[in-house]
Design a protein around this ligand. Structure first.
Ligand SMILES: [Zn+2]
Length: 134
């Protein structure tokens, strides 16, 4: 399965379907996406759940006056995107490429981890079947 190109600000913007704040608020969709966040909301209860595309930090409980960059900084100071501290259109090409590369490395790790879990599950099942056969 191809994963969405969440390293692009426009792709992140499109993930915000039921964001509770308006464009007039500091904590608006554009500012969220520019600070690296995309929505991971699944319904009304977690409408403001957002995650960083690069470090994976998930935050909720946002308030209208929150500055997404400040929140990202204070909760994930080590994030490579926070350390660059730039909007997508301010990034140098080399910086953008390094962001994309890191995103892809993270994705590969995530997929590998999920696959390993599946294999472990299967191994457990087979072991159980062998035990009951004795
Ligand atoms: Zn981050």
């Amino acid at each position: 399965m191809e994963s969405p190109a969440l390293y692009l600000v426009d792709v992140r913007i499109k993930t915000f379907k039921k964001w509770p704040f308006t464009d007039k608020d500091k904590c608006n969709i554009r500012n969220m996406a520019e600070a690296g966040f995309y929505s991971v909301a699944t319904g009304e209860d977690d409408a403001d759940a957002a995650k960083c595309f690069l470090c994976g930090k998930e935050l909720d409980g946002w308030e209208a006056h929150d500055d997404p960059w400040d929140e990202h900084k204070s909760h994930a100071a080590k994030c490579a995107f926070v350390q660059l501290g730039k909007k997508e259109n301010e990034l140098l090409l080399s910086e953008m490429l390094s962001v994309i590369k890191q995103y892809m490395v993270n994705e590969v790790k995530r997929v590998a981890e999920a696959r390993k879990e599946k294999i472990d599950e299967r191994a457990k099942l087979v072991r159980r079947q062998c035990m009951t056969r004795k």
